[in-house]
Design a protein around this ligand. Sequence first.
Ligand code: NAG
Ligand code: NAG
Ligand code: NAG
Length: 598
Amino acid sequence: MFMVILFVKWASIFNFCGFGVYDKIMTCDMEKVLRTVQRTLIKYHKSSKCSVMYVRQNSVWTNDGIIKSPFKAIQVPNCTLYEYVWQNLERWPERTLSVCAITGRGYTYEQAFKLSNAFAANIRKKLKIRDGDTVAIMLPNVPDYPLVSLGILQAGGVITTINPIYTANEVHRLLQMSETKAIVTLPELVGVIKNAFALAKIEIPLIVVKTNGESIPEGTIAFNDLSEDVHVDTSCLKEVRRSPNDICFLPYSSGTTGLPKGVELTSKNITANCEQINEPKIQLYNETTATHQDSVMSVLPFFHIYAATVLMFHKMSHGIKLVTLPKMNPDHFMNALEKYKTNLVFVAPPLVLLMASHPAASPKTYRHLQMVINGAAPMAPSDAERFLSKVQRKIRFNQGYGLTETSPVVCVAPIDSEDYSAVGPPVPSTQVKIVGTDGKPLGPGQTGELLVKGPQVMKGYRNNPKANSEAFADGWFLTGDMAVADENGVVKIVDRIKELIKVKGFQVPPAELEALLRGHPSVKDAAVIGVPHPTKGETPKAFVVIKDNANNDVKDICNFVNEKVAAFKHIDDVVFVDSIPKSAAGKILKKDLKAKYC
Ligand SMILES: *[C@@H]1O[C@H](CO)[C@@H](O)[C@H](O)[C@H]1NC(C)=O
Ligand SMILES: *[C@@H]1O[C@H](CO)[C@@H](O)[C@H](O)[C@H]1NC(C)=O
Ligand SMILES: *[C@@H]1O[C@H](CO)[C@@H](O)[C@H](O)[C@H]1NC(C)=O
């Protein structure tokens, strides 16, 4: 015991003298020694002043393998998301909130607020939206998106989002699961939605946003008739009772396995996440002042949590301009960077590739850029370097990491970081740990599954106790991502254990494609895995067992699936096999398929 205590004291003394011995100890095997020392100490000297905690005080790693955020804790706002977003409105009423990069159509903050108010009052009054009712938004990034979103919240509703390229089959399932009471869309998507209504056997109000003065399809309501109704009596909004702990956003995610599940995010979850990324060392914006307004490139879709929180809700709380692009068109994107002087650009890996290789990639095109943040999927550092070589000046380039289930931000690399392979340490008030297959925490440099705890973690999956019990362990959310962290708690995402396939950063749940494949008359059994793809990141590959004497036409099988799902989920790679490898419990052994065929 004496020796042990002496050792601890030495460490403290060295640390005290500023030798930084502690860091060195942590990086070698002494980590283990220290843990043992500490356990012994705690056991025998519960009240001892000679505390190992002192020695460890500079570390973000705790004794039980938890990585704490190195940043100052936040206070979770005690207000609804609606109140949070508009809280500083009077500071920038004349500033542009949103503008379409193609048409120049857009709104100032004050216009948006007023129109959104009238829309809220009308959906409550005329469409009978009540507190806690779900309203779906199936829109690309149009300048009206924030108005629609905030209006739904103000009316007491819960937003659910649908990818505008989804098929009727996909839409109908989401409408059923979310029990949507009304849907907001574009005129050209009304056909798909009506087919979805037929499949779901529902009839709900269909609101359409006109983007170029077109007439609206029969049986629909024009968004602008609801929002430009200056005579609407807004007193009905006084009845709305929404608490910061109520769910306000319900995106669908596949989670670690299986089919899409409703992710219940409360106002507190999302506003906490906004506060977390306000931390000065990672600050993802600049203050709007009399002479400055950030301009953020909004091409990542708002229906995805990354853009909804980080590009829309958070940026609106700071009076920032959203330059919206409804579709990913490389030329429009490059052009908008210059024309709208976008200084903040949030990207996913395919956009980094584009910005590194487009013919217009030049210091001139990029002269307004100040900050580029990559998220949604891991990126090769070499792509970042290629892009930066086209900028030819020092700008901020960082990666972040998050999930739908975490509102989304978990980690962001700080402003001064130039490590393009890392996603940074956990954001304020967030803890992560990396555990082995036995669930025991690992130390620096060891790879395992990343677990998260923080105020931004979802309340849970909607109506899905089974998925919830699988997603949480002792209050920790299991991300399904493999990660490794260094002594400073800087995290790198290494791989994914979850089966989810990510095509261009979008979730493709294999279970969904497998179910569709098994619906084909010739198919006996099927499995789908993700395989690496040079531009998409990953792409689905199908393994199919054909029924005896049945026709094995790859094209026919692909068409059968592809006509039911959005383009990014399309299968074009099918391998016929005699059987699908399965565990005793009947679970598909995807690792075996990967090992054998990929
Ligand atoms: C949050 O606000 C509500 C209503 O304004 C108030 O009753 C409650 O005490 C507040 N909670 C905290 C923790 O401040
Ligand atoms: C997310 O918000 C809800 C209610 O505001 C809360 O119950 C839940 O615990 C939050 N998540 C965390 C991890 O605090
Ligand atoms: C914020 O402003 C500072 C000072 O003008 C600048 O150096 C920095 O790049 C800006 N940050 C962003 C994210 O635009």
